[in-house]
Design a protein around this ligand. Sequence first.
Ligand code: ME8
Length: 596
Amino acid sequence: MRFPFLFATRGCRAVYRLHQKQFLSPVPPLWEHRSSAALSTQLCKADRSYYITTPIFYVNASPHLGHLYSAVLADCLHRYKLLQGFNSTFATGTDEHGLKIQQAAEAAGKDPLTFCTGVSKQFRHLFSSCNISYTDYIRTTEQRHREAVEHFWSVLWNKGLIYKGSYEGWYSTQDESFLMASQVGDALDSLGKEIKVSLESGHKVEWMKEENYMFRLSAFQSQLLDWLRGNPQAVQPERFHQAVLKWLQEDLPDLSVSRQRSRLQWGIPVPGDDEQTIYVWLDALVNYLTVAGYPDKHNQWWHVARHVIGKDILKFHAIYWPAFLLGAGLPLPQVIHVHSHWTVGGKKMSKSLGNVVDPLERSQMFTADGMRYFLLRQGVPDSDCDYTDDKVAKLLNAELADSLGGLLNRCTAPALNPAQVYPSFCPQSFPRAHGGRAVHEDYHMLDAIQKLPAVVEKHYEAMHIYKALEAISACVRLTNGFVQRHTPWKLDRKNNEDQRWVDTIIHISLECLRIYGTLLQPIVPETSNKLLSRLGVQPHERSWAGLNFLARYQGMDCPFEGRALGSDSGVLFSRLEPHNADKQKPKKTKKSANLK
Ligand code: ME8
């Protein structure tokens, strides 16, 4: 055993160096891609694949708000990359093996597969109701996944990275996680009995002693440290990167990667040993490879993998998973995007507290776009956020209904736009040099909107979606301010000069709206579609490359000028009445209900 292990480890190092080089080679920002056609073609050929995943969700209970949040974040990144012309694959699905699921099925009096199929369908239904545009929905009970896991196990085994040993220590079934003594504390259960719990999750832990298979995790400590130090963007945001580095400086014992079949039947048996079941986390993590086509067709996608995960599963993704991959000689994920949690009433959602927010119900109440907008506008990856229905209603009314919807309504209303067209821009009214009818603030607005796509791109890339939305929202306010400042409804249409100025104001405002609609597609696909259709923007004109704000101001032709608007299909986003929105929660005082 010893020789192949040493050999394998050296082999891994060689593979790792190769990939690290790939990690370290700087990828030019996307706006540089566009600055040179030749470079762009070259890079696009090499870099056009994008692969984004959500965690696969446990089917022991129905989906909650946090699950939708992970899915919406990943969906937003996927849609954004598609707009940029990338070939993007987006995987989500359900994690169906393990003791926790076995026990939940038993409690429900169902056989495990029937139980899993039922809950997995609920996730699928939620995701389709919320326009989560995944390209693959994986269930770990599928045959393709079983084959991938068996192959992956055999690779690790053949490299001498798995050995038979015995594990004695704490185990949390809720987290499906092994814990060291330092990670365990005392607590009282609901009957006042003393129990041991995981300090991190608060879930009950039990002492277990078992013969099982161990993975040589300890052998990867320094390679993992090198990977993280050499790739400061590998785990984002920074605070989570630091957390992983800290863990890696502590003891990193070998990891138990199987359970005795007598205790855990609901899982994939260890190849060649029917007495053991593969540890559910090893099984689950391999789903990312299964979707990519592992073991023989994964090359196109695997080297560009990015995982969106919640902070609770960081250790599994940033330590165990990269170690398994290094062991198997596979590239490491490009980025692990970590997000924080949603709390309700300042507390973790839990059945016992009765504060679990049902995302399906909320998306029916606030619309799918409404929930997507709220989660992405208010969710901050760095820190936990508290959910209330009241906050949702206030935010959506202010930003989608009043600000964005109001702007569209003003500029397309027959009173101001009787011809129902994208009117002409008059360069004399709004010259590049001052001197027309535009004032200082108007130039400031044009400048801000000109820069907006690059700002949004930067934030989308870093999964700081809330910052992108903050920037868009600020620009919408600027455009509303522009219209308000010039009160086009007061101008005299019979006067040619006034008429040209009115047209110019509307042209600019519609151009602003076109930019907002295009940039918002990954966030609120239905609302954006409605907005862009009303402006007469065709589906092929909605990509990132088509953004080109206010071409006429830059002396170029504008393809929209003079074009008929699309038909009016009603208000962009209906205002929510507080009594509808606040169905469950007691009325908040004005102060506590303030938006962030
Ligand atoms: O951990 N706020 O599945 P899971 C925000 N099957 N996001 C939350 C959240 C909250 N309060 N609670 C959960 C598992 N999430 C494993 C994953 S992956 C190979 C296996 C989100 O059903 C968050 O992304 O417990 C978390 O990581 C994910 O749901 C996992 O949910």
